[in-house]
Design a protein around this ligand. Structure first.
Ligand code: FE2
Length: 281
């Protein structure tokens, strides 16, 4: 475990690596996290490690909101709620249908100009089986590609559409349903995100519908190949939840997904978000 001195207080960030290139466990207690003095160091660690786990920290909703606000600009839900209930149990949410796409690798906010910076998920109730959350590092996946492949891919553009993700879990939707998803629109994004830090990451996920200017077969080959590469063992981490865990990820340099689970088990996570600070382009 390493400890980094804080310049503002005697509180120090205590953390340890989970995987060589993705994920760190933060060992500070509630008071130190809520005090805000190590917030800057947490943000730096998040950018370096992609995923931060606060094991069994047991935040209440109010504490989770307060902690999120120490880290950046808080982003409420569209309806004004500060906490979003992430569950596929239709008794608990009206978004169960939409959230089915979360079972497949994605980045949050590919339909927006500025995607959210980060999400924080707190586990309230576990699934009876399955339900890990998977993460992969899209900075490292890009950086580790052979140079000739990078040269071939850099500059490509990809059309993202929510309707593309519909076919992952409902291969034969009604036309009305397809049209409802298509009404969300499409969004053309670069395949490679050039960040203001100078680093680059891949923009992929189940909303990636097609690569612009290549054949349908070549487009599928590129998107499937890169998803396979970026989500391989080397770049990924699967978090097995305990009640009270808080997990935070850098949405600008990772993809994530929920792994299959018993949909009737009432699995419940509470999510807060940090507003994005960097547009895709
Ligand atoms: Fe998500």
């Amino acid at each position: 475990m390493s400890r980094t001195a804080s310049t503002q207080t005697s509180a120090r960030l205590a953390h340890e690596e989970i995987r060589p290139i993705l994920g760190s466990r933060v060992r500070n207690g509630k008071a130190e996290l809520l005090g805000g003095q190590i917030a800057g160091e947490i943000r730096e660690l998040l950018e370096q490690r992609g995923v931060l786990v606060f094991p069994e920290i047991g935040f209440s909703d109010a504490e989770q909101i307060a902690f999120t606000k120490t880290l950046g600009t808080f982003q409420s839900e569209r309806d004004g709620d500060e906490v979003f209930k992430v569950t596929l149990d239709p008794r608990e949410t009206r978004s169960a249908e939409y959230l089915k796409g979360s079972l497949y690798w994605h980045i949050d906010g590919t339909m927006n100009q500025v995607p959210i910076l980060a999400s924080l998920l707190a586990s309230k109730k576990l699934a009876s089986w399955g339900g890990n959350t998977g993460f992969c590092n899209t900075y490292a996946a890009w950086e580790s590609l052979p140079e000739d492949q990078k040269a071939e891919l850099d500059g490509l553009r990809v059309v993202h559409a929510v309707w593309a993700s519909l076919f992952y879990y409902e291969p034969e939707p009604s036309l009305a349903k397809l049209k409802a998803f298509q009404a969300v629109g499409e969004h053309e994004l670069p395949l490679v995100w050039k960040h203001s830090s100078g680093r680059k990451s891949l923009i992929l996920g189940c909303t990636a519908q097609r690569v612009v200017g290549v054949s349908t077969a070549r487009s599928a080959e590129i998107l499937v190949g890169l998803r396979e590469w970026a989500t391989s063992e080397r770049f990924s981490y699967s978090h097995e939840w305990k009640v009270g865990d808080l997990v935070m990820w850098d949405n600008t340099g990772t993809m994530h997904r929920a792994e299959p689970y018993d949909l009737t088990s009432g699995r419940m996570l509470h999510r807060t978000k940090l507003q994005g600070e960097e547009p895709f382009v």
